[in-house]
Design a protein around this ligand. Structure first.
Ligand code: AQP
Length: 336
């Protein structure tokens, strides 16, 4: 691995099919960043079981997420790709952070509130302390930067709070104060059925999202059926305010074509959505189609994927072991 000064860590849960949201909010940016940062990418299976996962499906979903990363352009020779449960240091550091983070901090986390819903008493304890595990994922490698979608911003702020409190409690500057990297024109991709809800793997409506496993016809059909309003497309970004579905489709178009949302508005402004949707479907298929096909091919090669995850885990353990040893020392654990 090249000797970079700065290190990124980021992850995706194997809690369902990868979506266009995961791709535009996270994975696509990782592909660009891997050239300039030492990069560690993780399939966060420990996070996934904070809500029920069928064991057989979880195993395949873990391979599928790894395949999705590679098919999107993450180079396993240059980056570390592994699944979280193969490196026990994540769970161990998370325990230490459970003792650093405050209840009041976790009580403010909006993702817990959204996922636990009205049934908070029946949510797993794991779902509640999920952000502590996320802080451990990042700080176990002393990552300096974390590229994520906008929905993870609050958890990253908590990671910074935990690092700061640990450093101040133990009178050290051991952990870095990690910077989020929230990049691109589609930092929060919304549901295709409801412009106010995040596009999510676990949304019960299949038509709400584009999966990286969807074939070309399915991608085109979902875009044609995407909810819009009856007004013509706005000619400026400001004109999209109060029109969440239109804004979402424009942002997706901009992100997929590496252009600015304002340019897309200028090109399609004043028209209805028919031509725009046709072009967006073509664009989506041209970018996602080859990724889907490569991902399917890789999913057939289970031994190859398992080997990448095994080698990645070994490299991840090698980086994290001395960091964890130092943490034990700082905290005052006796070491033999
Ligand atoms: N809709 C989105 N727009 C932009 N970025 C997104 N990400 C997820 N959804 C969007 C980013 O993808 C990375 C991995 O996310 P995750 O799988 O760890 O968990 P999540 O954010 O909870 O994603 P989902 O799809 O909503 O999963 P479920 O339904 O299982 O909870 C993160 O960087 C995230 O920001």
């Amino acid at each position: 691995m090249t000797d970079f000064k700065q290190r990124i860590f980021s992850g995706v849960q194997p809690s369902g099919n990868l979506t266009l949201g995961n791709y535009l909010g996270a994975i696509r940016n990782w592909v660009t960043l891997q050239k300039s940062y030492e990069s560690i990418f993780c399939v966060v299976d420990l996070h996934a079981i904070t809500v029920w996962q069928d064991p057989a499906i979880l195993r395949d979903a873990t391979r599928e997420v790894a395949a999705g990363m590679i098919a999107s352009g993450i180079d396993p020779k240059e980056c570390i790709i592994f699944n979280q449960s193969q490196v026990p240091g994540h769970a161990e550091l998370a325990w230490i952070f459970n003792c650093v983070a405050r209840m009041g901090w976790l009580n403010r986390m909006t993702q817990f509130k959204e996922k636990a819903g009205k049934n908070r008493e029946r949510a797993s304890v794991g779902l509640y302390v999920y952000p502590d595990l996320m802080a451990a994922d990042i700080l176990l490698y002393k990552a300096t930067h974390v590229p994520v979608g906008e929905d993870q911003k609050q958890h990253l702020e908590l990671t910074r709070d935990i690092a700061q409190k640990f450093n101040s409690d133990y009178g050290t500057d051991f952990f870095p104060i990690t910077e989020p990297l929230i990049l691109g024109e589609a930092t929060r991709v919304m549901s295709l059925r409801d412009g106010n809800a995040k596009m999510s793997k676990s949304d019960p409506s299949e038509n709400s999202r584009i999966n990286l496993t969807d074939d070309r016809d399915t991608i085109a059909r979902k875009i044609r059926k995407a909810k819009t309003d009856s007004d013509p497309i706005a000619s400026t970004v400001e004109g999209l305010e109060g029109r969440p579905e239109a804004k979402n489709l424009i942002n997706i178009f901009a992100a997929l074509s590496d252009r600015r949302a304002g340019d897309i508005c200028a090109e399609y402004g004043g028209q209805g959505f028919a031509v725009f949707k046709r072009d967006l479907a073509e664009l989506s298929v041209s970018i996602l189609g080859p990724i889907t096909e490569e991902m399917q091919r890789l999913c057939e090669e289970k031994t190859y994927i398992d080997q990448i995850l095994k080698e990645g885990s070994e490299k991840a353990r090698a980086i994290s072991a001395p960091i964890l040893k130092d943490v034990h020392n700082i905290v005052g654990f006796l070491q033999s």
